[in-house]
Write a protein that binds this ligand. Structure first.
Ligand SMILES: *Cc1c(COP(=O)(O)O)cnc(C)c1O
Length: 407
């Protein structure tokens, strides 16, 4: 927990809410697949006077004076990102994943060009061409999706669609896909049709560092990732690319998309990358995947159906259809006893996005708390018990069990 000296005195109302949120995070089971627990060192870097500095431009090429130390800090983040992922170029300035994705599109394409990406109802992100997103307004999207019987991608069909539609960029990497992304196959298809290969590894960047998931970096023109999620850094993003695209990427981020970079958050990213170079961190990533496997097996043994029949990443999606509840009802019931997940579309969902059939959940934050397979079995049972029987009585039983588990 952060010890604050000035905020409690100046703004007790706000301090009170922060403390309540700290308590919620401490006393609940954080199972939203995109959330994690940044380390105290990451939080400290994010809370520094670096927030005071305006530093438009890049290290050595700033539009403001007084940037000597800022340059050192940003260069450290760049060098560590390159080393960590084996990338030729890194831009650490994108404020968040959505900005990073748009910057990649603008770096490589002209408005109106065609991008091929995952169907949003099958695990694609809003910035992968949703009509309400700037991505969908400015570029033409062709979407591939999973198969109805297996709920995984059939890469021969993806290749056929690419041959037919001739996109200028092929994007892979997803927000709600429980299976490994076949990155090298995506890159090969892009090469075959003369498209740029881009990967959005936001959800799985940590797993990539841990060697649990194939890296897209060697085979792709451009790779972006959020620095939160499995990577366990601050709420932000980076772009990695081949050297030949470096100048275009940098120009698209600044001045194309953004003004001054958030140097305090860039410092926090540098801390995250240093943490990610340790053996302990790689063990942590391996444990995330082991925990997800155990949790999925427990849920299925309890009779729940998981999209694609399980997981080999950090996340899974429960199909609530046979339980007679919607995903929202299920996620709300779980939240009432301190198990935080999110409702999610399942492939070929017959329900609406605001009240879909699925619940998405993952293991990064629980694993960050040191939990292992035995806890996953206990938690899987608690989740199944409640979804099968979402009564006040069962909620109370779960609350007691969770308190015990966390004590
Ligand atoms: C989270 C995520 C993003 C966007 O990240 P924000 O930081 O929320 O803008 C983009 N793509 C994928 C696949 C994601 O999971």
């Amino acid at each position: 927990m952060h010890m604050r000296r000035h905020l409690p005195q100046f703004d007790p109302e706000l301090e009170g809410y922060i403390q309540q949120e700290e308590k919620r995070q401490r006393e609940g089971l954080l199972m939203i697949a995109s959330e994690n627990l940044a380390s105290p060192a990451v939080l400290e870097a994010a809370g520094t006077v670096l927030t005071n500095k305006y530093a438009e431009g890049y290290p050595g090429k700033r539009y403001y004076t007084g940037s000597a130390y800022i340059d050192k800090i940003e260069q450290l983040a760049i060098d560590r990102a390159k080393q960590l992922f084996g990338a030729e170029h890194a831009n650490v300035q994108p404020h968040a994943g959505s900005q990073a994705n748009l910057a990649c599109y603008f770096a490589l394409l002209e408005p109106g060009d065609t991008i091929m990406a995952m169907n949003l109802a099958h695990g694609g992100h809003l910035t992968h061409g949703h009509p309400v997103s700037l991505s969908g307004k400015l570029f033409k999207f062709v979407h591939y999706g999973v198969e109805k019987d297996t709920e995984v991608l059939d890469m021969d069909k993806v290749e056929k669609l690419a041959m037919e539609t001739k996109p200028k960029l092929i994007l892979s990497g997803f927000t709600a896909y429980p299976r490994a992304v076949p990155f090298s196959r995506f890159a090969a298809i892009a090469k075959k049709v003369g498209a740029y290969a881009m990967a959005d590894m936001s959800h799985i960047a940590g797993l990539v560092v841990g060697g649990v998931h194939e890296s897209p970096v060697p085979t792709h023109d451009v790779v972006m990732t959020t620095t939160t999620k499995t990577l366990r850094g601050p709420r932000s993003a980076i772009i990695l690319s081949k050297a030949e695209h470096a100048a275009k990427i940098d120009k698209a981020v600044f001045p194309g998309m953004q003004g001054g970079p958030l140097e305090h958050i860039i410092a926090a990213k540098a801390v995250c990358f240093k943490e990610a170079m340790t053996d302990e961190y790689k063990e942590y990533q391996k444990q995330i995947a082991k925990n997800a496997k155990t949790l999925a097996e427990t849920l299925m043994a309890e009779g729940l159906r998981l999209v694609s029949g399980g997981t080999n990443t950090h996340l899974m999606i429960i199909d609530c259809t046979s339980l007679g509840i919607s995903g929202k009802q299920g996620a709300d019931a779980l939240a009432e006893c301190g198990i935080y997940t999110n409702f999610n579309m399942i492939p070929f969902d017959t329900r609406k996005p605001a009240d879909p059939s699925g619940i998405r959940l993952g293991t990064p934050a629980l694993t960050a708390r040191g939990m292992k397979e035995p806890e996953m079995k206990t938690i899987g049972k608690l989740i199944a018990d409640l979804l099968k029987n979402p009564t006040e009585e069962q909620k109370e039983k779960n609350r007691i069990a969770i308190k015990e588990l966390l004590s």
